[in-house]
Write a protein that binds this ligand. Structure first.
Ligand code: PAP
Length: 298
């Protein structure tokens, strides 16, 4: 890359672990794979790209979409593979155990990215390939993020003080942050092109799972055949089931991330167990109000 070096920042005590690229903070190691993806990926019209900021329900969306699109004929792939192995995250694929080659266009692909909409390859934006984005309430996302990074970066140490995590979240200096800009980009595109981008909320998945999963299946061109199919799909992809599978309690997605770190409580409103009213107010003032201005309420 030429020109001035890209800005760097620390996160969870790790110096320079983040690099800023066109308005968003990426983990420095994914900058190269992300730029390669943007310049080299040729989307097929029938590819499906799942997208999310971190800790907003990615793993659940991966499991559901994989089960909808690749109906298990010889057993259930989720029984032996973590959803992240079955559905690669394009920018971190070089560092994980996924067996999927994201550049092999011999068949329709199901991929995932944490990249913001503005960083996607032109072929993804301009083809008819579909995008499903999952969003979650900022406060629960932050708490989920806090648990996740403590589990991987501070395994044998005390957790990062929560107010430091709140600070990262509110200033937007965290992987794929700022959160509100990430959500806003996909939300606005989903309003502009209803047939192209489906915007799903974690909270609505929890409160009316059958309706939401039917909406996803319909959008992906594989409508469910009835209540029974929706129920079976939801059981197959449930947190309770996935969390207790051997592959997820003992396997690893990468050297750094144990599969178990992707599964915790999955509760709406867990933030109430952690955030002080001052923290809550700060998140509301910095992130919440920006989302509300777009008509997004969590
Ligand atoms: P990622 O961005 O690193 O891939 P992601 O899957 O988006 O993580 O987020 C993990 C959250 O989704 C966890 O939430 P919690 O910390 O509040 O508990 C995790 O428990 C939840 N989750 C994972 N799998 C499922 C599932 N099958 N159903 C519902 N929630 C799930």
């Amino acid at each position: 890359m030429t020109g001035d070096p890209l800005p760097k920042a620390s996160f969870w005590d790790k110096p320079d672990i983040l690099t800023q690229l066109e308005g968003f903070w990426l983990v420095s190691t994914v900058v190269d794979p992300a730029t390669t993806f943007r310049s080299n990926f040729n989307a097929r019209e029938d590819d499906v790209v799942l997208a999310s900021s971190i800790k907003t329900g990615t793993t659940w969306l991966m499991a559901l979409s994989h089960s909808i699109l690749k109906k298990p004929e010889n057993g259930d792939p989720l029984a032996t593979d973590n959803p992240h192995t079955l559905v690669p995250t394009v920018e971190s694929a070089p560092f994980t155990n996924t067996k999927v080659d994201i550049y092999d266009a011999s068949a329709p692909r199901l991929l995932h990215t944490h990249l913001p909409y503005s960083h996607l390859p032109a072929s993804v934006k301009n083809s008819t390939c579909k995008i499903v984005y999952i969003a979650r309430s900022p406060k629960d996302t932050l708490i989920s993020m806090w648990h996740f990074f403590n589990a991987i970066y501070r395994r044998d140490r005390e957790p990062l003080p929560l107010d430091e995590a709140v600070d990262c979240f509110c200033t937007g200096v965290h992987p794929f942050g700022p959160f509100s800009d990430h959500v806003a980009e996909y939300w606005l595109e989903s309003r502009r092109r209803l047939e192209k981008v489906l915007f799903v909320k974690y909270e609505e998945m929890k409160s009316d799972a059958k309706r939401e999963v039917s909406r996803i299946a319909e959008f992906l061109g594989r409508p469910l055949t009835g209540e029974g199919e929706a129920e079976e799909l939801l059981w197959r992809c449930s947190l309770e089931r996935l969390k207790n599978l051997e592959v997820n309690s003992s396997g690893h997605d990468s050297e750094l991330v144990p599969n178990a770190a992707y599964f915790r409580k999955g509760q709406v409103g867990d933030w109430k167990n952690y955030l002080t009213s001052q923290m809550e107010e700060r998140i509301h003032q910095t992130v919440g109000l920006k989302l509300e201005a777009l008509g997004l309420f969590f």
